[in-house]
Design a protein around this ligand. Structure first.
Ligand code: B1M
Length: 230
């Protein structure tokens, strides 16, 4: 489609399927305003926030990931896509968070591990946890073992969560867990790990308490850990 055609598209005139497709294209092209507008239109049409998230934004990002892997997109373009995704997520965040209980389900410290700056998935998990009523302390990206330890001292969380998107940073989760073990913290503090390259086998191998496959499941698992959803 030419740039002129792109400019001529009026998002609110598209039907739901066309709009979702267009939003995926806009995400690919890093168009923050358009992705935000599309998100708002779907919400106004009565779409569930989780559906908007999964069908339009997460699916769009999956396509970006494939072209990044295949060398069709490069870091600057992917950063723009990530930024556009945040535009949509900003609108979904209060809705997903408000769907939870008001009283705190528990305290959850979360961070992307050292060496890793991917934060979209981790922030989604944080959002879902807030939606499930957790008080979330988000340590951000590139989080060292010392920063996790300091946060444990300061906030006394019920659960600690680590995210990694790179095969090269996954092992750092094991480093943090070993340190918790050495300090006798691990037996009292459940550790949840997650991120695209992980699986249950890896989580078991590093002695993590729980592996979260995706954001929604992770929030459910966190509630199970707290014994709140029985
Ligand atoms: Co990066 N990157 N990246 N990247 N990037 C990947 C991860 C990659 C798979 C792309 C590819 O090659 N196909 C590849 C990793 C390959 C590998 O390790 N085997 C890769 C690479 C190589 C790199 C760089 C090394 C590229 C370079 O510089 N040459 C570099 C590394 C920088 C660093 O971290 N030190 C890099 C940089 C970047 C950007 C900065 C450009 C940008 C990040 C922007 C940001 O996050 N603010 C970026 C992006 C956007 C991606 C892809 C395209 C998308 C990631 C994403 O946001 N997905 C990604 C390809 C892909 O995964 N498809 C890729 C959407 C998100 C909703 O999913 O994060 O998986 P995800 O989270 C899910 C689950 O995994 C789970 O729940 C989430 C929601 O359902 N989950 C948890 C995540 N954390 C959890 C924690 C939990 C529980 C569940 O408990 C605590």
């Amino acid at each position: 489609m030419s740039d002129q055609d792109q400019d001529d598209i009026i998002l609110k005139d598209l039907d739901d399927n066309e709009l979702v497709q267009q939003m995926q294209d806009d995400l690919y092209d890093g168009m923050f305003e358009e992705v935000s507008e599309g998100t708002q239109i779907l919400l106004d049409r009565g779409w569930d926030a989780n559906m908007v998230l999964n069908d339009a934004l997460v699916e769009g990002m999956r396509i970006v990931g494939i072209d990044f892997r295949d060398g069709i997109l490069f870091v600057p373009e992917v950063l723009q896509s990530a930024n556009a995704m945040k535009g949509g997520m900003g609108l979904l965040r209060p809705i997903l968070a408000a769907s939870g209980t008001k009283s705190s389900t528990g305290k959850y410290v979360i961070g992307t591990v050292k060496g890793d700056i991917h934060d979209i998935g981790k922030n989604l998990v944080a959002m879902m946890l807030e939606g499930a009523g957790f008080e979330v302390i988000n340590l951000g990206i590139n989080t060292s073992v010392d920063e996790f330890l300091e946060a444990i001292d300061t906030h006394e969380p019920d659960i600690i969560g680590m995210s990694a998107l790179l095969t090269t940073t996954m092992p750092y989760m094991g480093v943090v867990i070993e340190e918790l073990e050495k300090r006798n913290i691990l037996k009292e503090l459940p550790v949840m790990v997650g991120g695209a390259p992980l699986n249950q086998e890896f989580a078991d191998a590093i002695n993590a308490h729980t592996y979260g496959r995706d954001a929604a499941m992770s929030a459910e698992l966190a509630k199970v850990i707290m014994g709140k959803n029985r």
